[in-house]
Design a protein around this ligand. Sequence first.
Ligand SMILES: Cc1cc2nc3c(=O)[nH]c(=O)nc-3n(C[C@H](O)[C@H](O)[C@H](O)COP(=O)(O)OP(=O)(O)OC[C@H]3O[C@@H](n4cnc5c(N)ncnc54)[C@H](O)[C@@H]3O)c2cc1C
Length: 495
Amino acid sequence: MDQYDIIIIGGGVVGCMIARELSRYSPKVLLIEKASDVGSGTSAANSALIHAGYDPLPGTIKAALNVAGNRMWDSLASELDFDFTRCGDYVVAIGDEELPALDRLKSQGVQNGVSGLKTLSAEEVRKRIPRINPEVSGALFAESAGICDTFAVTIAAAENALHNGVEIRLNTEFKGFIIEKNVIRGIHTDREDFGCQWVINAAGLYADEVMHQANCRLDFKITPRRGEYCILDPDLFRIDTVIFPVPSEKGKGVLVFNTTHGNTVVGPTSEFVSDKEDKSISPEGLNDLLKNVRKLIPSVDLRWTIATFAGLRATGNAPCPDPAIHYDSDFIVESAQEIHGLINCAGIESPGLTASPAIALRVTELLKEEGVRLTPNPKWDPIRKRRPSPKHLSESERQKLIEADNRYGRIICRCEGITEGEIVAEIHAPIPARTYDAIKRRTWTGTGRCQGGFDMSRVVNILARELKVSPLEVRKNDPGSEFLFRESKAIGGTL
Ligand SMILES: Cc1cc2nc3c(=O)[nH]c(=O)nc-3n(C[C@H](O)[C@H](O)[C@H](O)COP(=O)(O)OP(=O)(O)OC[C@H]3O[C@@H](n4cnc5c(N)ncnc54)[C@H](O)[C@@H]3O)c2cc1C
């Protein structure tokens, strides 16, 4: 059985940030992920906002890690080379009755340590956001809020961890703990057993089930809370900021926001569901979206939608200081009381993306408090560079790239201008992309107006060629999602 000092369960943004943080030190670390790629769970389906930190209730772990995390994103983005912009966000009050909520949020933000919060008059909001509901009565502007490329963040953190010595095993599912006299000695997976002294539980929606395997917090339960979104055609509707309504008892509410790739998105809804895999889109959800988004911007039409998607918040039942706000439970980031050798990161719903680098720091502190010797890794390198993307290069740089490799001159995704060279680079990346969705997350192939109509068959062929498999074996994501069922006709040979 292979031995490690620390095993991380889950390759979402939280697990990958923890892996990167631990790679500053010298322990032998393994990260396991049950899917075929990192960052394909909740970390791939969220609003990608770096929250300022006025929303969580003061005194919660959520508030502290939100604000601490927010401050880390400039250096994180420059070290890991992903898109991040501090564009600020607005909470907009409609009608006089919503105005007091802005003062409450501002005072909460100040208590949480958020700087750069400004209250704006209705007139100022109308000037800054001309399409806003004319019944606007004011807004809170938070200049420290931002947007990021949520897909790139997780990949970048994982690649940097790998580069600094962390082992990553994909397609490897945690099944149970190896426990001796109430001390964790290792884990069982669906592939093999691994020995270790510490396990970090970063299993997202399944973090409750993982901790229950160690008889830990048996009363803690995660109930998925689904959020549905519509991505609008950028040629028909575009904004360049982030607009929240005032929060309700259901959460932060349906917002209108821009992405780092220039799309405008509306969502998410907030609905508890029973199935941890239920990412369906419902007619009720879409009606709810339309009603709520029109309260902010009356001219939005959901017929402009080019794609829909849903994400599942890992809402836990850890007590919240204000029982009146039933949707909100606190994060759990703690050493298990019931057993030695387990740290749980659970109930990491929004703002978990924002907080992820601060969660990683907290986990490292917890390990130190437990007496784990973390000696600095003398070869630690914080830098990870993105792979070339011709559309972001100057004309001369692009020409040079194409001369070196003409696949960078062959467009595969017309809407987003993605080339064969970029797709091939991801298939052979340090953490290889093996499915269509992995290529999509990393390059944004298929995310434009035609939603894969033009590129999909070409990407399938490229994946088959590079992975040396039959196109029949190429999948969209999980096993069972193969695109092609059987060969129907052969033109000049077989598939
Ligand atoms: C609708 C919505 C909007 C959001 N918007 C924002 C936002 O704008 N800003 C923000 O800061 N946060 C936001 N969040 C929250 C943020 O997305 C999450 O907090 C964050 O992605 C959680 O990351 P994670 O690593 O804990 O979970 P995940 O990304 O789900 O990762 C957990 C991983 O563990 C793996 N796993 C599970 N069980 C096992 C097992 N048995 N063995 C091996 N691997 C396993 C899973 O496959 C998964 O990859 C939003 C969330 C949702 C749903």
